[in-house]
Design a binder for this molecule. Structure first.
Ligand code: PMP
Length: 465
């Protein structure tokens, strides 16, 4: 048995935790860190022996569920055989070459090559450099600006963090970087004008994108980056017609499209990729999370034919492609990804996410759509969100001091369900592993409902919690 107090103290005194209020953590106001020690299927267990349903698959990544020995064995096999070799200057491994071919075969758009990284953030950073490189090689040195969306999430390194359209990722860190611009969020519930249909709202958002391009000068706009389904910005499927309208504008001004499939890729939406579901034809595709189901870090910047052809053509003139990491194409990560993709294919997890996902969407709506404090229930496949508001008619938000979303998330956790309080309002988000069963979905929805009722009771009694 591990000594919980000692581990917690070691952690508190030395780990700089992401997205944590540092003083509240240092002084113990938000309690000790939870020490996770095990996981099987859709459940994880902490050091005190409490079991939780992980309704968020870690951070939307453990698609195949926890404790898959096939993946552990593939990792061990590669580690025993050859733990590391690099991919610089024409070196490779069997696992990497096999994985890369597999990705090029399955990815949306017209994929040609894969550049391997370690995180969604670094893959999007690579995408930005590829876009700049491409336009320099094409003799368009002014065409460099990249547009993303307010509430889009693309990571938190310098450029990917700038692409992320949330001010708290920029504040006090000198971001966004110049040349990264933002356009409106495709969220009908909050963004639509009175009586506006989803179609006309989508046209308006595409019109705003066009205005931004024209204002800046089309000769300066290089690329548009977006998630097929807005993820961390609130789990918001696109309104009807959105992707058709947006792509029409991008084509008109010769703007490259980067599809950030970090959450959607490998089945989450009920299709292999979000691009497939929404008819998106990207020039560049970013994958991470589900690629290894989080078992080890790995990401890919998938380069389409159009961009790659220019890079190869210019090589005699510009020399080597000078970008790469020590761990680009790490053989252990590649072995893990191959084992994960074997499971995704064998167990038809995209189909499963579509079928179990439609049960999930139905149960969420049945349970929550009429609840007094619920403004919107939304989702696709095995991505879902409930948005809480103080007044359904006027869409008045709760006083942020009440922390309604965070309290419901905590009440769910106290009942053994991990569901994430998302930024931008009071939102409870779900992204369970794709191996979740219909019975487990019922359990998740039931636990979330009971947590919601508990907080509604507290609100009715006027307790701030
Ligand atoms: N893109 C999207 C759509 C994401 O959801 C995330 C992570 N949540 C990232 C990029 C960044 O990935 P990472 O945290 O691995 O850097």
């Amino acid at each position: 048995m591990i000594d919980i107090k000692i581990i917690a103290e070691r952690d508190r005194s030395t780990v700089l935790h992401p997205f944590t209020q540092l003083k509240e953590f240092a002084t113990g106001k938000i309690g000790d860190p939870t020490i996770f020690v095990g996981g099987k299927g859709i459940r994880v267990e902490d050091a005190q022996g409490r079991s939780y349903i992980d309704g968020f698959a870690g951070l939307y990544c453990v698609n195949i569920g926890y404790g898959r020995t096939e993946v552990a064995e593939a990792i061990a096999r590669q580690a025993y055989q050859l733990a590391y070799y690099h991919t610089y200057a024409a070196h490779t491994t069997e696992e990497l070459a096999t994985l890369s071919e597999r990705l090029v075969r399955m990815a949306p758009g017209k994929p040609s090559k894969v550049f391997f990284g370690l995180s969604g953030s670094d893959a999007n950073e690579t995408q930005a450099k590829l876009v700049w490189y491409y336009n320099n090689l094409c003799g368009q040195p002014k065409k460099k600006k990249i547009i993303s969306r307010e509430r889009g999430y693309h990571g938190c390194s310098v450029i990917s963090g700038s692409m992320t359209g949330m001010s708290f990722y920029h504040d006090h860190m000198d971001l966004p970087f110049p040349g990264i611009l933002h356009t409106g969020t495709p969220h009908h519930y909050w963004g639509a004008e009175s009586g506006e249909t989803e179609e006309s709202f989508s046209r308006r958002r595409a019109g705003e994108l066009e205005e931004l391009i024209l204002r800046e000068g089309p000769e300066t706009i290089a690329a548009f980056i977006a998630e097929p389904v807005l993820g961390t910005g609130g789990i918001t499927p696109p309104p009807t017609g959105y992707w058709r309208e947006i792509q029409t504008v991008l084509k008109r001004y010769d703007v490259l499209l980067i599809a950030d499939e970090v959450i959607c890729g490998f089945g989450r939406t009920g299709a292999n990729f979000g691009c497939t579901l929404y008819g998106i034809e990207p020039d560049l595709v970013t994958v991470a999370k589900g690629l290894t189901s989080g078992y080890v870090p790995l990401s890919g910047a998938i380069v389409g034919e159009r961009v790659y052809a220019v890079m190869e053509e210019a090589a005699d003139r510009v020399g080597a492609f000078s970008h790469g990491y020590t761990y680009s194409g790490h053989p252990i990560a590649a072995a893990a990804a191959n084992a994960v993709l074997d499971i995704v294919e064998k167990e038809r997890l995209s189909d499963r996410a579509r079928i179990v996902g439609s049960h999930f969407q139905k149960r969420l709506k049945e349970r929550f759509a009429q609840t007094e404090i619920v403004g919107e229930v939304r989702g696709v496949g095995l991505l879902g969100a409930i948005e809480f508001v103080a007044d359904r008619q006027t869409k008045r938000r709760f006083d942020p001091q009440l922390k309604v979303g965070a309290r419901i998330s905590k009440a769910a956790r106290d009942r053994g369900l991990i569901a994430r309080a998302m930024p931008h309002g009071d939102i409870l988000g779900f992204a369970p592993p794709l191996v979740v069963s219909e019975a487990e979905i019922d359990e998740i929805v039931d636990l979330a409902y009971r947590a919601t009722r508990q907080v509604m009771d507290e609100l009715a009694k006027g307790s701030v919690g």
